[in-house]
Every structure is written in C-alpha cells, then in structure tokens.
Design a protein around this ligand. Structure first.
Ligand code: MD3
Ligand code: FE
Length: 212
C-alpha cells in the first residue's frame, strides 16, 4: 500500500461511504497492464447484449471465480465464459491485492473479491445510469480502478431521477463504494477522444466485486 494513504488528506469522500483514492493504482500500473493482457488473450473483450436487445457500447470481459454476463436472458454471474465454455481466467495476484488494499484504506477490511469485471471504453462509449444489484451481499463494497483515458463518472442517488454529481476519474484513480452508497445509481459519460501513452485510445475500468 502507498505510504501517502496513511493520511486522511488524500481521501476524497464523495459521499458518506464512497471515497476516491487519487493515483492509488499508479505504483502498480505496469503489472496491471501485463496481467490485463494475459486475461484478454484467453477471454477477449466482447460487446454484450442487454436484456432489451441492445448491444452495449462498452466492451467487457472478466477474471476471477465468476464473471458478469448479459444477454437476452438477463444479467447473471457465470463461472464460465460463454464464448469458450471454460472458466474465466484466474484473478491475478496484482488485482486481488490492489482491491483488498484499496478497500482497507477506505475502511472495508478483508475484502476478498471473487469477480473482476473489466470494462473497455473507446471514444463515444458510455454506461447509462444503473444500479449494481446482481450480487448476494450488498454489505460488501465495490472497488473500481480507472486506467487509460479520463472519464466523467456520474454519481446519482437511490432513485433514478436524483440528479447525479459528476466526478472526473483519471488514470490510476481508485474508488471504493460501500455501505449506504452501494445502491446508488451511477454511470459513465460518453468517452472523449484522447491518447494515453500506455493504454492508448481507451479507458479500462476494473470493477472488483464479491458476487457470492
Ligand atoms: C457506484 N462501471 O461495471 S465504476 C459497472 O467505470 C460500472 O466502468 C463503471 O458501473 C465504470 O457496473 C463505474 C464501478 C461502480 C460500481 C458499482 C457502484 C460504481 C458504483 C455502485 C454504487 C455506486
Ligand atoms: Fe455499475
């Protein structure tokens, strides 16, 4: 864990149980990049279909014991990748440790993630306001790692109509969401065209969850 995070000054609380840890993942960006490439060589990015029949603009893959999948039949966590019928790639140690350390820094001890959903945003891709409610235990936090191009995160309320707050997220930022904020509506604004020296013309988001 980075020393500077021993201090409360580096934690940007955006709600009572949600905190932005600016640059928390910077010290491990190269191992994350290497491990991400291993994952996508086995389980490539794909554009999933929503239950309503639309193709998502965000491309996704997973690693860990389960993966989040969407299709005409709805959303679910599946131990196997539907593209190959084989288990998702194992969660790399670098991912597991980063998520655990970030959660602990935010006050959520012993966060053992069993799913990492990997989202890839190319320019124009967005994620509409939604809630994450496919997990078993809503007392478990969610940890999100932003890599590559910056994006604007929309942080809404518990009702869809609540006006969202805009939170800019940059390469290396980690956000931990839990407790009272776990069921808030949230989304990502359409990604702007840009270039990142390591990740290129895209934003990668690692979303760590405990599904079961
Ligand atoms: C806030 N991903 O995969 S970070 C998602 O950047 C998702 O790719 C976004 O929303 C992304 O479902 C946002 C993760 C996130 C996840 C759950 C939350 C933020 C959250 C639950 C409550 C509040
Ligand atoms: Fe979400």
């Amino acid at each position: 864990m980075i020393d500077s995070y021993a201090s409360e000054e580096n934690k940007e609380w955006i709600a009572s149980a949600s905190v932005v840890l600016r640059g928390f993942a910077l010290s491990c960006e190269s191992v994350l990049h290497t491990d991400l490439h291993k994952i996508i060589s086995t389980a490539p990015f794909r554009h999933m279909i929503t239950p309503g029949g639309f193709t998502m603009s965000v491309a996704m893959t997973n690693c860990g014991s389960y993966g989040w999948v969407s299709g005409r039949g709805g959303y679910r966590y599946d131990p196997n990748d539907p593209l190959t019928g084989k288990p998702w790639p194992e969660m790399p140690e670098s991912f597991l440790t980063l998520a655990k350390n970030a959660a602990a820094t935010a006050g959520f001890d012993n966060f053992i993630s069993d799913v990492c959903l990997v989202n890839r945003y190319e320019p124009g891709a967005k994620l509409s306001l939604h809630q994450d409610k496919d997990e078993l235990d809503f007392n478990q936090p969610i940890v999100s790692v932003s890599l590559g191009l910056p994006a604007i995160f929309l942080f809404g309320g518990l009702k869809r109509k609540d006006k969202p707050v805009r939170v800019p997220l940059a390469h290396g930022d980690v956000v931990v969401w839990g407790g009272a904020d776990r069921m808030r509506y949230h989304g990502i604004m359409p990604l702007k065209e840009n270039h990142h020296p390591v990740f290129g013309n895209q934003r990668i988001n690692l979303t760590f969850r405990k599904a079961y």
